[in-house]
Write a protein that binds this ligand. Sequence first.
Ligand code: ADP
Ligand code: MG
Length: 333
Amino acid sequence: MSIKELGEFGLIARIKGQFPVPEGVTGIGDDCAVLPQHDGLRTLVSTDMLVEGTHFLLGDISPYRLGWKSAAVNISDIAAMGGKPVATFLSLALPPAGNVDSEWMDEFIRGYRDVSDRYGVALLGGDTTSSQVGLCINVTVLGEAAPDRIKTRDSARVGDLVCVTGTLGDSGAGLRIILDRAASGNAADAHTSSDRVLETLVARHYEPVPCVRQGLLLGACQGVHAMMDISDGIASDLRHIMKASGVGAEIDVNALPLSSELKAYCECNRLDTSDFALASGEDYQLLFTLDPAVHADASLRPDTAYTVIGRITAGDSIVWKNASRDFSGFRHF
Ligand code: ADP
Ligand code: MG
């Protein structure tokens, strides 16, 4: 069978099956691995790779933004578990020629450092080598959390509310603007929205802000059950929670939180906001399930803003309420 036929998640399952997980450890299958520390806390670990041509085009993204994004998407995986990010390791495979010179590298590191500084995250190591194909960036992030504050994908319960932080779809719209500009050779903007709207959406794609503060506050709330970050879009990511927890879900498309910029952009260009909000990725907001009794009680509710978009049901499928088309067959890969 080809790797394509096997699929990303089929391949991961195949690898996972061959490595028994040590006692007291959470391994493959969530946003982070969880390991015990001697002081009773848990260490959270995650790693992500960004590959030229697959995740970014060197000519399109500034080095500052690529540095920012490389650190931000990893820090987001710690936030997704309710943890505090502590340190990263940065490995680079650099192409021999081309745009990547010392000035480029300085700008990359400046972006990487700005988002790391914002959350007090140290860079503690990495590896540097050459690449014959293109730039490859691998980041490993370490975080920590008290065991009773860690939120995993497998803890959703029937009757829970499905909730998200922030707004959905902005990053996907930003990517569309970037790709359209690249296709037209940056000659003219095919889009009719204001520059402010376009640049806001592009920035949401290139400089995602990891929800660290929100993740810690949600982690501290016992009524928050399952949680993950939104990297592939909720139509895909919610399935991870459903599968891990053995539940279904019902989502009200009219309840999805949308930014004024996404609404303006979609209105101008006659696009459907729910295509972006449900099926495009890289928003890096948090998706979580919440005990409805906790949501109803202002003194117990999580101390951060969120939007209720649906609820967890028995079964194993998603029902989309008020959808303009059927999103149930959506697959990211
Ligand atoms: P995320 O989107 O949160 O970064 P992924 O979907 O990339 O998570 O990965 C899902 C799970 O599979 C994670 O636990 C990750 O560590 C694990 N994983 C992904 N690729 C591999 C691999 N090649 N070997 C072992 N584990 C992997
Ligand atoms: Mg994740």
